[in-house]
Design a protein around this ligand. Structure first.
Ligand code: UDP
Length: 342
C-alpha cells in the first residue's frame, strides 16, 4: 500500500540507526528533517542522500528548545533516535546521559506536542530488561536497568508514554535488541561487538571474546529495525511498548566462526545478561511485522562493508581492560534481583 508523503523529523539522523531511517523515508518519497548535534553522529552517514531536495538538515542540539521548536514546523511524524549510547561513558558521565537522553527527550516531546504531530516513535532500549528471568523476553518482563545508559533510556520511555497519556500525543516506544548493520559505530569508546570485531579482523588481531563465548544475543539487522519504525509510523497503534528483535539468539562463538579469525578470551563483564532474546509476538500481532534478515545475511553484508571500519580503533585485551576499568569497579556487585549467579 502506498502512503501519502509525510514530513518526517528524525532526531539523531546522522547516527547509525537514524541515518538508515532517513534513507528509507526519502526512498519512500517522504520529506525528511534531520536534527542532530553531530556529537556522535557523522556527516558521512548521509553522504549518499545529502543532495536530495526533500532532505533538510539542522545541526541543532535537542536541548536547545527554541531552535528545536523551529525545526518542527509542519512536521507529521517524529522518529526520536538522538541519544548518548554505550555503557562505560554512561558510568563515567551519568549527568550528561541524563541531560541528553531524559531532558533531551522531554524537549523533543514538548516540541512535538506544540507542533501537533501525528505520530511519535521512540527508540527505546531492551537494556531496560537487564538480566531477565524470562526468555524470550516479552514487553511485560521486569524492568532492571543495570547502568546509567539503560536507566536514562527507560526513564525517557516513561516520559514518552506519559506524554501520550496526558497530552494525547500518538506515541509508540520500540525497544530495540542488539541492532547491527553497516555504519554501526566505527570510532570513539569501546562499544558494540560488531565494530570491535570487524576492526580486529581488518588489523589481523584476534577477536576478543568475552567469557567463554557461549552467551547469546538477539542480533537484529538495521534495515529490519527501520522497517519496524516505518510500519509503526504508518499504523494507528499508539501508547504501546513494542519489542523489535530478530526473535532468535546466537552465541558469540557462532558469530566469530562466521567472521572467521583467531580468538582470544577476556573476562566476563558484570551486569551483562547471558542471553538477550526478544519475544516478538506483540509486534507480529500489532504491526504484522517480522524480521527478514538472517544473521548469516547480515554478517555477509557487514563483511562486504568492512572498509567502514578501516579507521576504527583496534581493541586489544589490554586496551579493553583499561577502557572497562570503571565498568568492573562500579558494576561488579551482586544484583539483589538477579536469579542468575555470576
Ligand atoms: N562481546 C565480546 N567481545 C567484545 C565485545 C562484546 O565477546 O569485545 C560480546 C558481549 O559479551 C555480548 C555481545 O558481544 O555478549 C554483545 O555485546 P555488545 O556490547 O555489543 O551488546 P550488549 O552486551 O549490550 O548486548
Amino acid at each position: 500500500m502506498r502512503h501519502k508523503s509525510a514530513r518526517c523529523l528524525v532526531t539523531g539522523g546522522f547516527g547509525f540507526i537514524g541515518s538508515h531511517v532517513v534513507e528509507r523515508l526519502l526512498e519512500d518519497g517522504h520529506e525528511v528533517v534531520v536534527v542532530d548535534n553531530l556529537s556522535t553522529g557523522r556527516c558521512e552517514n548521509l553522504a549518499e542522500v545529502q543532495n536530495k531536495s526533500q532532505l533538510e538538515v539542522h545541526e541543532v542540539d535537542i536541548n536547545d528548545a527554541k531552535r528545536l521548536l523551529e525545526c518542527f514546523a509542519g512536521v507529521d511524524w517524529v522518529f526520536h533516535l538522538a541519544a548518548l549510547a554505550d555503557i562505560v561513558p554512561s558510568i563515567l558521565r551519568p549527568v550528561d546521559y541524563h541531560q541528553s537522553n531524559v531532558d533531551g527527550t522531554v524537549n523533543v516531546l514538548e516540541a512535538a506536542r506544540a507542533a501537533e504531530v501525528k505520530r511519535f516513535l521512540y527508540a527505546a532500549s531492551s537494556s531496560c530488561y537487564g538480566i531477565p528471568d524470562v526468555y524470550p523476553t516479552p514487553e511485560t518482563a521486569a524492568i532492571r536497568p543495570q547502568y546509567p545508559y539503560a536507566l536514562t533510556k527507560y526513564i525517557a520511555e516513561e516520559y514518552v508514554l506519559h506524554w501520550g497519556q496526558v497530552y494525547d500525543l500518538p506515541v509508540v516506544s520500540l525497544r530495540l535488541f542488539n541492532v547491527f548493520g553497516p555504519r554501526s559505530r566505527t570510532s570513539g569508546t569501546y562499544g558494540a561487538v560488531f565494530g570491535v570485531f570487524l576492526a580486529q579482523k581488518l588489523a589481523g588481531e584476534p577477536f576478543t571474546v568475552v567469557g567463554d563465548g557461549t552467551q547469546t544475543r538477539d542480533f537484529t539487522f538495521v534495515t529490519d529495525v527501520v522497517d519496524a519504525f516505518v510500519t509503526a509510523a504508518q499504523s494507528n497503534v499508539r501508547q504501546e511498548i513494542i519489542n523489535v528483535g530478530s526473535g532468535s539468539s546466537y552465541s558469540i562463538n557462532r558469530l566469530v566462526k562466521m567472521l572467521e579469525g583467531q580468538v582470544t578470551y577476556i573476562p566476563k563483564r558484570p551486569g551483562e545478561p547471558d542471553s538477550t532474546h526478544a519475544d516478538i509476538s506483540k509486534i507480529g500481532k500489532l504491526l504484522n511485522w517480522a524480521p527478514r534478515t538472517t544473521l548469516e545475511t547480515g554478517v555477509q553484508c557487514m563483511l562486504e562493508n568492512i572498509d567502514c571500519w578501516r579507521e576504527a580503533p583496534v581493541w586489544t585485551p589490554d586496551r579493553i581492560q583499561d577502557a572497562t576499568k570503571e565498568w568492573f569497579q562500579h558494576l561488579a556487585k551482586p544484583d539483589p534481583h538477579s536469579s542468575q549467579t555470576k
